[in-house]
Structure formats: structure tokens, C-alpha cells
Design a protein around this ligand. Structure first.
Ligand SMILES: [Zn+2]
Length: 276
């Protein structure tokens, strides 16, 4: 979503969620383009909709409206047999003692956000790009409260190191997934930062760690800026799609794309999965 909004003129430093109010037709069109490309599930334009994050833009009093509209817009173009999940990204500040947030404040924010997404009509909640297991668990708890019996999916962001895959906070990938399963997530996995070939390396370890459905959403390579100042991603569509063979063979049930995966990437990925 972020990638597509930037392609359509979202400027750096602008809050992406404000486009749910200012340019809803563009957000709707982006969702439609992913559904048309073959996506079965799209995520709402609410990644940065936590009150702590919105406060940085002076939008803390718009939490409900921005998240509610995010859900409503996506649900307007949801056809039969298709789904919308409400996106909840990190609050953007660290929990104590590394930062200013306490768990109660963090949880209350996720609860407000998730409640608005649920009112807007989502089919599930997706806590994503979590770089701290503690924050992921707080978000899971809040979503569980807000979403009653809607599925809550939680995917973490890992970095590849010589010793394996870890979160930014140094938590081991397998440990994160085990804990998320124990705390009641309906599905878990990884998104962002890693390429599809790195996720293919990560997948078997995740599969061993949990019996929950796994969801992996890699980036289209690493971001760089081209000569015009546009954000571009290093992986070609072919390079992005090929490693999904291994990812599926490892027992991953749901796949998609994170940063840089335009509808063209998703179209080819959907074609690839359907020929299998
Ligand atoms: Zn990403």
C-alpha cells in the first residue's frame, strides 16, 4: 500500500492514513488493482494508525475516523470469496526501558485502532512488521479484545544474521512464533525487510516452530532511490516469484508481498501459485 501511495504522489513526511479521508478514491483504486491482480486478501491503509504514531502528525484525535475509513474503503471493493484484513503496524516508539511507552498505553492504542477497523467491516486483523515480540503480544491481546471472534494474524519482521534470523530487539524467530501460538494468534509468520529468497531460507525453521497457519510476505528486494528520486526495489518480478516454490514446499499456507510488490508482482505470484 505504501509503495502504491508513493507512486501516486504521497510525499515523504505525509501521513499515509490521511489519504483515507483526502483521497479515498485512490486508496480504493489501489485495493481494486490488487484484487484484480489475483489477491484473495488485501490489507487496509492503516499500518500507521496507532494513536502514538498519528500523534506525531497531530492526528491523535482522528484515530477512529482514519482507521474506520481505511476498513470501509477496502470493504467497498471486496468481491465474493475475497477478504479484507485490518493492518496494524508498530506504534513507532519503543516500550520501556528502551523508550517511553508502557504496555497499558500501547495496548489501549491498539485496542482503539482495532475496534475502528472491526466497525469498518474487516474480516480479520493483521498485526504486521513487528520488530519486538513484546509489542506484538500487546497488539495481539488488544486485537483479541476488539475483534471478538475475528481471526488475528501476527507477523514479525526478522533480520538475517550469521547466527540465524532475529528481530531488531534480538529475539529469535522460532521463539517468537512459539510464543505467539501460545498466546492465541490464529496465524503467524513474517513480513517485510527480507527478500523472497531469504524468506525461503527462513520458512523451514518457522514451520518447525509452530503448527499454526504460516503467512510470509517478503519485500521485492532492497529499496533504493533512482535518478528521479523514486523509491525502487532491487528484485525483478521473476526473482521475486521463483523462491515461492521452496516457501510453499516448506509448508507455508499463505503468501503475499510487502514493500515494493506492485500489482504486477502479485499478478505473477498468483499465476505461479495457481499453476502448481
Ligand atoms: Zn515492508
Amino acid at each position: 500500500m505504501g509503495t502504491e501511495l508513493m507512486r501516486r504522489g504521497l510525499s515523504r513526511g505525509e501521513c499515509p492514513e490521511t489519504w483515507n479521508l483526502k483521497r479515498p478514491e485512490i486508496v480504493r483504486e489501489i485495493h481494486r488493482s490488487y484484487f484484480e491482480a489475483g489477491a484473495e486478501v488485501v490489507t487496509t491503509n492503516s499500518f500507521g494508525g496507532h494513536p502514538v504514531k498519528l500523534k506525531a502528525y497531530g492526528l491523535e484525535n482522528k484515530v477512529r475516523e482514519l482507521n474506520y475509513e481505511a476498513a470501509r474503503i477496502a470493504c467497498e471493493v471486496r468481491g465474493r470469496g475475497k477478504f479484507v484484513v485490518g493492518s496494524l503496524g508498530p506504534a513507532g516508539k519503543f516500550l520501556k526501558p528502551y523508550g517511553p511507552l508502557d504496555e497499558a498505553e500501547l495496548e489501549e492504542g491498539f485496542y482503539l485502532q482495532a475496534s475502528a477497523l472491526v466497525s469498518g467491516g474487516v474480516d480479520g486483523l493483521l498485526v504486521e512488521t513487528m520488530y519486538d515480540l513484546r509489542e506484538a503480544l500487546v497488539a495481539l491481546r488488544a486485537c483479541r479484545r476488539a475483534g471478538s471472534d475475528l481471526p488475528v494474524l501476527v507477523t514479525m519482521t526478522f533480520q538475517k544474521t550469521p547466527r540465524g534470523f532475529f528481530t531488531l530487539m534480538g529475539q529469535k524467530a522460532a521463539d517468537c512464533l512459539e510464543r505467539l501460538e501460545k498466546e492465541g494468534a490464529d496465524a503467524t509468520g513474517a513480513n517485510c525487510t527480507l527478500t523472497s529468497s531469504e524468506m525461503a531460507e527462513l520458512a523451514p525453521g518457522l514451520r518447525q516452530a509452530t503448527s499454526l497457519p504460516l503467512l510470509l510476505q517478503p519485500n521485492a528486494g532492497q529499496p533504493a532511490t533512482d535518478e528521479k528520486g523514486n523509491l525502487v526495489y532491487s528484485q525483478s518480478i521473476d526473482d521475486f516469484v521463483a523462491p515461492f516454490k521452496k516457501i510453499i514446499e516448506a509448508g507455508v499456507q499463505a503468501v503475499g508481498g510487502c514493500c515494493g510488490t506492485t500489482p504486477d508482482y502479485i499478478r505473477r505470484l498468483a499465476q505461479f501459485l495457481h499453476q502448481k
